[in-house]
Design a protein around this ligand. Structure first.
Ligand code: SF4
Length: 367
């Protein structure tokens, strides 16, 4: 029976991943039943509080300003807009709101103060609050914790080796540093990745090693299937076979037994039966709502129908951890004036450079 280990080897993980599928799912389902209630699935709503115009060059992302995609860009939402959306999410069964902003890193100032207000507001609604805002200093993590943040998401995306093939504007170590900064607070850690970007099984295993070697392991690991968006460098990537997704969910379940595995982007391409297999293999959470930041997601009624068929129920908020008590804003840790030094490797990634050139040409033609 699987136990929590931080010393997995690549060979061990690949061996698990490549097991005969039904044996793999059976083993993962057994681990899932030991550590989790298999009847409950946590529902999160992902809210894009600031969309597009991001300076980074993540090859999978339609929000990167340098690529030519059709997304609607938006400045930072107001606190009341966020509250209204959170209430709507709560009414349809979500226990968590995850707010995403297309930033490289958090900058101290009025926008960050506004996000802290959003965190305080959602906390009063008795919903778990999560943020995904880019790289974060220790001071910023502390201030988010004091505002009542429950979780911080910062994905490793892929293995350290393959990370260099998809992003040049920041390093893998920066990602790990942000996770370390979050870990110094009582905010829980959410970190996972994407499959279907052209990576190998070794890369998938490498990402799981990086996540499993964190001590303690992340409380939450989202597994995304790439949604190839026209205009991004990965626009021609084929949809990942459902069997790969099931294998990845099951392997994650076994390697990180007490973690909540999130079946995240790419569900619109998955059949109901495929998703059911993922729940059996240990997925314990989904994102609800018709959009996941900028890409399509199944309708919430369809999800509820599937839950009814499978006998699953939505998990209540704070089922796996206490509700954070926000600190009085006047007593919060002051903002740190020292700026963090995040890296910018800037190596050439051919497909990213080509997509940028194509976008610039389209912009010129449109003028
Ligand atoms: S994934 Fe995040 S950091 Fe990367 S381009 Fe998109 S919004 Fe920016």
């Amino acid at each position: 029976m699987s136990e929590i280990r931080n010393d997995w080897t690549k060979e061990e993980i690949i061996e698990i991943y490549n097991k005969p599928l039904l044996e793999l799912v059976y083993e993962a389902a057994t681990v899932h039943r030991k550590y989790h209630n298999p009847r409950e699935v946590q529902i999160s709503t992902l809210l894009s509080i600031k969309t597009g115009g991001c300076p980074e060059d993540c090859a999978y992302c339609p929000q990167a300003a340098r690529y030519h995609t059709d997304i609607e860009t938006n400045d930072l939402m107001t606190v009341s807009q966020v509250k209204a959306q959170a209430l709507r999410a709560k009414a349809t069964g979500s226990s968590r709101v995850c707010m995403g902003a297309a930033w490289r890193n958090v900058e101290d100032g009025p926008e960050f103060e506004q996000v802290l207000d959003m965190v305080r507001t959602i906390n009063t609604l008795d919903m778990e609050v999560c943020c995904t805002l880019g790289m974060l200093t220790e001071n910023q993590a502390q201030r988010l914790a004091e505002a009542g943040l429950y979780a911080y998401n910062h994905n490793l995306d892929s293995s350290e080796e393959y990370y260099k093939e998809i992003i040049s504007s920041r390093g893998f170590d920066d990602r790990l540093q942000t996770l370390k900064n979050v870990r110094k607070t009582n905010v829980t850690v959410c970190s996972g990745g994407i499959i279907g970007m052209g990576e190998s099984i070794e890369d998938r295993a490498g990402m799981l090693i990086a996540l499993a070697s964190l001590s303690p392991q992340p409380e939450s690991v989202p597994i995304n299937a790439l949604v190839a968006v026209e205009g991004t460098p990965l626009e021609e990537q084929e949809v990942i076979p459902i069997w790969d997704m099931i294998r990845m969910v099951a392997t994650t379940r076994i390697v990180l037994p007490s973690t909540t595995v999130r079946l995240s982007a790419g569900r619109t391409e998955m059949s109901k039966e495929g998703q059911a297999f993922c729940f059996l293999a240990g997925a314990g959470s989904i994102f609800a709502g018709d959009k996941l930041l900028t890409t399509p997601n199944p309708d919430v009624n369809e999800d509820m129908e599937l839950f009814n068929i499978l006998g699953l129920t939505p998990m209540k908020p704070y089922a796996k951890g206490a509700k954070p008590t926000p600190v009085n804003p006047d007593e919060m840790t002051p903002s740190d004036v020292e700026k963090a030094k995040w890296s910018r490797p800037g190596h050439r990634i051919e497909k990213n450079v080509e997509a940028t050139k194509k976008a610039n040409k389209k912009r010129k033609e449109a003028l």
